[in-house]
Design a protein around this ligand. Structure first.
Ligand code: PRX
Length: 658
C-alpha cells in the first residue's frame, strides 16, 4: 500500500453540519423502520434468512452461512433458485404481467415499453437462442452492449440458463474486451453493430472483431442491430440477433440452480495492471441486492417509477438496474444516452415524462448539473421525486445540498450509498424513513451489515478518529473470489487485517462525533474518476506501451467535477522528439485506445525525472502535490531531492492539458 491519499478535502466534508430527518409522513409509510436494526442485531443469520424468504426458492437451504472455508463464503447452503425466475416469471404468475417493467428511452428519442409479460417472452426467447447455440450452464458469455433492452434480456437469459455473464462496458477498448474474454474463456459475445454516443452513431462491432481475432474460445458473436452501421461479417461465427432470437419460442422452463452457482463475473481495476474478475454467485447476491433495493430506496412496486442512471457495464447497473429492482417488481426507466443529448435538461425531461419517483445517480453527474445551472432543472416538473440516491464516490456536502434543493425540492431524503463491485450490494447508507441524513456522510452500516473504521493495527478508532474502512462480518452478496485467482483474492482483501479476519475495502474513512461514517476516498493506487475505478498502474502500463515513452507515473488529482482526474507524468525516450502538444495528444489517445476513453489522462506532463525513494518506489504523494498545484511536501526520503525542482522546471516546457 502506498501513502494515504487525501481523498476529498476533509475540511470541506465537515463544514456542513445540518441534518435532515425524514418527514413524519415518509417515516410512517416507509418500508424500513428502526426495528430492522434491532432485528438484525438480535440474530444476524435469522435476519438474513428472513430477507432470503422474500425470494422464491425451489428448495430451501439447510444452513444460512458456511464460513468454515473463510474467506470463501457460502450462503443459503443447499438452497436452489433461479435468479431470472425471481426477477421476471414470478411477477407474471402473481398477476402483474401487464405492469410495465421498463420504460426504455433511446438516445435519439425512440422508446419501448416493456411489461413483465413482454420481458418474460423476450428473456425466454433469448434463453432458447443461447441454448440453440450449444451453451450450457457454467459457460461464460461476454456482453458488450450499450443500454438497450437486449442487454438486459441477455443478462437475464444467462441467469436463467446458469450461464455466467461477464458484462464489459461498451466504452472499453478492443484490448480491454479481449483480455476479459480471455480471462474468463468466454464462448459467446453479445454485442451491437453500433451505439449512440452524444447524438451520433458510433461503431461497436469492429472492437469485437479485433478482440475475438485473438480469443479462440469464442464460438459465436451475436449482434443486435441498433444503429444500422455497416459492419464486417464473419460467416459461421457472426449471427444477427433478429435471425436467431426472433424465431424462438417465447416459452422456456427455468431450472433451479444451487445458491452458490456463479451468476456473473465483473472486472474491476485493482492496484496492478490486470483487472480483477470479481465473482458473484446467486442466492446470497440476489437476497442482498433485493433487500437493499427495497429498503434503501423504499420501493413501492405498485406506484413508484424508479430510475438508476448507471450503465449495465458497472456493478451499479447489475445490482440496481437488473437484479435488485426486477426482483422487487419495479417499474423503471432505462435511458440509453448521455445526460446532455440533445440538451442539458434531458434527465429532468425524462423524470417529468415518466413521473420518476426514485432517482439514483453519481456525485460527478450532480456536480455537472451544478455547473450547467439550476435554471435547467427548474424548467421541469420534478414533483414526482420522493427519494434521491448517490453512489460511486464521496459526495461533497455542497453537491448534496444542491441535489436536495434543486432536484429534491428541499423535501426528498437523499441516500448516500457506499459499496463496491466486490460487495455486490449497498453496505453503508441511510434508511430514508429512519435516518436523519447528513450531507456528505454515508452514515452507518445497513441492518445485517457490519463495518468499522480501524487504525493500522486493526483497532477500532474512537469517534472523531480516522483510519481504514473494514467489513468485519461476512455478508450475503460478498464476492466469492477473483475469477481464477484465489491467491490474489486472499492477498488483496484479506491479508491487510489477516489477524482480525477483516475484509479491507481499500477506502479511508472516519467517524464523526456521532459515530457516523464519512468515506474519504481510496488509500491505494486506485483512482476514482467520475465514479469509475481506474488503477494508476493500468494507465501507466498503457503509457509505457507507447514507443516514445520510457517511464510513466500516474496519479489521481482532485477534480471539481469528476472527483479525481488522471494526471500522467512521463519521461520520453532519448530519441523521442520533445514533448510538444502533438506528442501529448498522441499519448492521451493511446491510453484511450488501450483501455477506453474514460482512462484518457486529463493531463500529460513530460518530465525529465520521476521522484523515487531509495528503493525505487515512485513517490506519488509528491506528484499529487504537483498535479494539484500545491507546494511540494517532504522530499527527504527521495533518493535525489533535486528531482522535484527538475520536474517543476520540466513542466514549463512540457505540461499540457485540453
Ligand atoms: O472508493 C469507494 C467508492 O467507489 C469504490 C467502489 O468502486 P466500484 O467497485 O466501481 O463501485 C462503484 C459503485 C458501487 C469504493 O471503494 N465509493 C462508492 N460509493 C461511495 C464511494 N465512496 C464514497 N461514498 C460512496 N457512497
Amino acid at each position: 500500500m502506498t501513502e494515504q491519499s487525501q481523498g476529498p478535502a476533509l475540511d470541506n466534508l465537515l463544514t456542513e453540519s445540518r441534518t435532515f430527518p425524514p418527514s413524519d409522513e415518509f417515516a410512517a409509510a416507509a418500508n424500513a423502520g428502526p426495528d430492522l436494526y434491532a432485528a438484525a442485531e438480535a440474530d444476524r443469520e435469522a435476519f438474513w434468512a428472513k430477507q432470503a424468504e422474500r425470494l422464491h426458492w425451489d428448495s430451501k437451504w439447510d444452513q444460512v452461512l458456511d464460513w468454515s472455508d473463510a474467506p470463501f463464503a457460502k450462503w443459503f447452503v443447499g438452497g436452489k433458485l433461479n435468479v431470472a425466475y425471481n426477477c421476471v416469471d414470478r411477477h407474471v404468475e402473481s398477476g402483474h404481467g401487464e405492469q410495465i417493467a421498463i420504460h426504455w428511452e433511446g438516445e435519439p428519442g425512440d422508446t419501448r415499453t416493456i411489461t413483465y409479460a413482454n420481458l418474460l417472452a423476450e428473456v425466454s426467447k433469448t434463453a432458447n437462442a443461447l441454448t440453440e447455440l450449444g451453451l450450457q450452464a457454467g459457460d461464460r458469455v461476454a456482453i458488450y452492449m450499450p443500454m438497450i433492452p437486449e442487454a438486459i434480456f441477455s443478462m437475464l437469459a444467462c441467469a436463467r440458463l446458469g450461464l455466467t455473464h461477464s458484462v464489459v462496458f461498451g466504452g472499453f477498448s478492443a484490448e480491454a474486451l479481449r483480455s476479459r474474454i480471455e480471462d474468463a474463456s468466454a464462448k459467446l459475445v453479445i454485442t451491437t453493430d453500433g451505439q449512440y454516443r452524444r447524438g451520433k452513431p458510433a461503431a461497436l462491432k469492429p472492437a469485437v472483431d479485433e478482440a475475438v481475432a485473438q480469443t479462440p474460445t469464442i464460438e459465436h458473436v451475436l449482434v443486435v442491430k441498433r444503429t444500422d452501421t455497416e459492419v464486417a461479417w464473419t460467416e459461421g461465427r457472426d449471427i444477427w440477433w433478429s435471425d436467431l432470437v426472433d424465431k424462438q419460442s417465447d416459452q422456456h422452463t427455468p431450472e433451479a440452480f444451487d445458491s452458490e452457482h456463479p451468476l456473473y463475473i465483473l472486472y474491476t481495476s485493482g492496484t496492478t495492471g490486470k483487472p480483477k474478475g470479481i465473482l458473484h454467485t446467486s442466492g446470497g447476491y440476489l437476497t442482498q441486492a433485493s433487500y437493499t433495493h427495497f429498503n434503501v430506496f423504499d420501493l413501492k412496486p405498485d406506484t413508484d417509477v424508479y430510475w438508476c442512471t448507471a450503465d449495465i457495464g458497472w456493478v451499479t447497473g447489475h445490482s440496481y438496474i437488473v437484479y435488485g429492482p426486477l426482483s422487487n417488481r419495479v417499474t423503471q426507466v432505462v435511458y440509453e444516452g448521455t445526460p446532455n443529448t440533445p440538451h442539458e435538461g434531458r434527465h429532468w425531461e425524462i423524470v417529468q415524462k415518466y413521473g420518476v419517483s426514485i432517482y439514483y445517480t453519481a456525485p460527478t453527474l450532480i456536480r455537472t448539473f451544478m455547473k450547467w445551472g439550476k435554471d435547467i432543472p427548474a424548467k421541469y416538473d420534478l414533483s414526482s421525486l420522493r427519494v434521491l440516491g448517490s453512489v460511486g464516490e464521496p459526495i461533497n456536502p455542497e453537491a448534496w445540498i444542491w441535489y436536495r434543493e434543486n432536484i429534491g425540492a428541499n423535501r426528498t431524503p437523499i441516500v448516500d450509498t457506499w459499496w463496491q463491485t466486490e460487495t455486490g450490494a449497498i453496505m453503508i447508507s441511510p434508511l430514508p424513513g429512519v435516518t436523519s441524513t447528513k450531507p456528505g456522510s454515508a452514515q452507518r452500516a445497513l441492518p445485517g451489515v457490519s463495518a468499522k473504521v480501524v487504525d493500522d493495527q486493526g483497532k477500532e478508532v474512537p469517534h472523531g478518529g480516522g483510519g481504514y474502512l473494514v467489513l468485519d462480518k461476512p455478508w450475503p452478496s460478498m464476492l466469492r473470489g477473483i475469477w481464477g485467482d484465489n491467491d490474489r483474492y486472499r492477498d488483496t482483501y484479506w491479508s491487510r487485517f489477516a489477524d482480525q479476519g477483516f475484509y479491507f475495502a481499500g477506502d479511508g474513512a472516519k467517524y464523526d462525533n456521532d459515530g457516523d461514517i464519512w468515506l474519504l476516498g481510496r488509500v491505494d493506487d486506485v483512482m476514482n474518476v467520475s465514479g469509475h475505478r481506474i488503477s494508476t498502474t493500468e494507465v501507466e502500463s498503457a503509457l509505457v506501451s507507447h514507443p516514445t515513452v520510457a517511464e510513466a507515473a500516474v496519479v489521481g488529482a482532485t477534480d471539481p467535477t469528476t472527483g479525481q482526474g488522471i494526471v500522467a507524468f512521463v519521461i520520453l525516450r532519448g530519441d523521442a522528439v520533445d514533448g510538444g502538444a502533438d506528442a501529448v495528444k498522441a499519448l492521451r489517445d493511446h491510453v484511450a485506445k488501450e483501455i477506453g476513453p474514460i482512462a484518457k489522462p486529463r493531463q500529460v506532463m513530460v518530465v525529465p525525472e520521476l521522484p523515487k525513494t531509495r528503493s525505487g518506489k515512485i513517490m506519488r504523494r509528491l506528484l499529487r502535490d504537483v498535479a494539484e498545484n500545491r507546494s511540494i511536501g517532504d522530499v527527504t526520503t527521495l533518493a535525489d531531492s533535486s528531482v522535484m525542482d527538475m520536474i517543476s522546471q520540466g513542466l514549463n516546457k512540457g505540461g499540457s492539458e485540453d
